[in-house]
Design a protein around this ligand. Structure first.
Ligand code: NAP
Ligand code: GLV
Length: 306
């Protein structure tokens, strides 16, 4: 079995070095143009040339959860496309979202500013009941985030494409229930895949339907958010703030409004990082299971785009 590694922006040597012992019967190499035909590819945002040169791939394994970059490419028609299914990302996402939520709810930035200004003052405690958290996307990451937020006793709502039942979570489904979901949400968390149906989903129309004083946590993709619509709603006072981890252009260009807006907190696409060891263990296990003809989790539905 031959495996090629081709991941834009990622040092290949440690990955190739760890894939080899995980799949000792396979030949594993970093892709170079003109490389011999492989059976499987381990990738992140590869160039089209790589896929064009490898038409007989049986499987393309993405080293992240989101496959939006991959879905823009012409892939070998017969190859399965497989995304990382948790692999240590869900707990990271849960801690990141809970941190952003609690920092906002407990007004920790305000306290920090007060202390810096020499003020030792108290704000009136706020009620969790007034801060329902609505999670868009109830998949691998959204479900873990919903469960983590529940521990802090916030009301939790979630919205997905197909119907779900999760104890303690008020579940909404499809476009017909989207507005009801938004109207009942104060803190909106985006954990959707970026697809033709979800791009620009956070815009003036949707964000203005949130409860007054709404807060936006975008940890999915920058393409979900219409940036100028968010800024207008923050400036009008309808929204109280936003914690943004993902952007249309990454890194954010110097001078971008998000970098200096007082109601926006920016992090550099770090809410849930790919963990190399967990990811390699998962991919190696799936390749071997697929070779044995067994079903594997995380196979992307190319029609759906996630
Ligand atoms: P997932 O398991 O595929 O879950 C996606 C969820 O979104 C599912 O619940 C799905 O509904 C729902 N959904 C998809 N299209 C929808 C639509 N049109 N309307 C309503 N709901 C829709 O994905 P995941 O592993 O949780 O990851 C989610 C995304 O997080 C990834 O695609 C990636 O872009 C992003 N991410 C970001 C970071 C970071 O560091 N910032 C790290 C990892 C992942 P169904 O359940 O009904 O199918
Ligand atoms: C990171 O953004 C991922 O999709 O895994």
């Amino acid at each position: 079995m031959r495996i090629l590694f081709c991941a834009n922006g990622t040092k290949a040597a440690p990955w190739v070095g760890a894939l080899r012992p995980a799949l000792p019967a396979a030949t594993v190499d970093e892709w170079q143009p003109g490389a011999p035909q492989a059976d499987y590819a381990v990738v992140w945002s590869p160039p089209q040339q790589f896929l064009d040169e490898q038409p007989r791939l049986k499987g393309v394994f993405n080293i992240g959860a989101g496959v939006d970059a991959l879905m823009k490419l012409a892939l070998p028609p017969e190859a399965i496309v497989v995304r990382i299914d948790d692999g240590g990302m869900a707990v990271q996402m849960a801690e990141f979202v809970c941190h952003a939520l609690i920092r906002h709810f407990r007004e920790l930035d305000g306290y920090q500013q007060d202390i810096a200004a020499g003020k030792w003052s108290y704000r009136k405690p706020r009620s969790r009941a007034d801060f329902p958290v609505g999670i868009m996307g109830l998949g691998v990451l959204g479900l873990r985030v919903a469960q983590a937020v529940q521990h802090f006793e916030f009301p939790v709502l979630a919205w997905s494409r197909t119907a779900k039942t999760v104890p303690g979570v008020r579940c909404f489904t499809g476009s017909e229930q989207f507005d009801d979901f938004l109207a009942a949400t104060r803190v909106l968390v985006c954990l959707l895949p970026l697809t033709s149906e979800t791009q620009n989903i956070m815009n003036t129309r949707s964000l203005s339907r949130l409860m007054p004083g709404g807060y936006v946590i975008n940890v999915a993709r920058g393409g979900h958010l219409v940036e100028e619509d968010l800024v207008a709603l923050l400036d009008s006072g309808h929204l109280a703030g936003a914690a943004l981890d993902v952007f249309r252009a990454e890194p954010l260009p110097p001078g971008h409004v998000f970098l200096r807006h007082p109601k926006i907190t920016v992090t550099p696409h770090t809410s849930a990082r790919t963990l190399r060891d967990e990811t390699i263990t998962q991919i190696a296990g799936k390749i071997l299971a697929f070779e044995r003809g067994e079903p594997i989790a995380g196979v992307v539905d190319r029609q759906r785009g996630y």
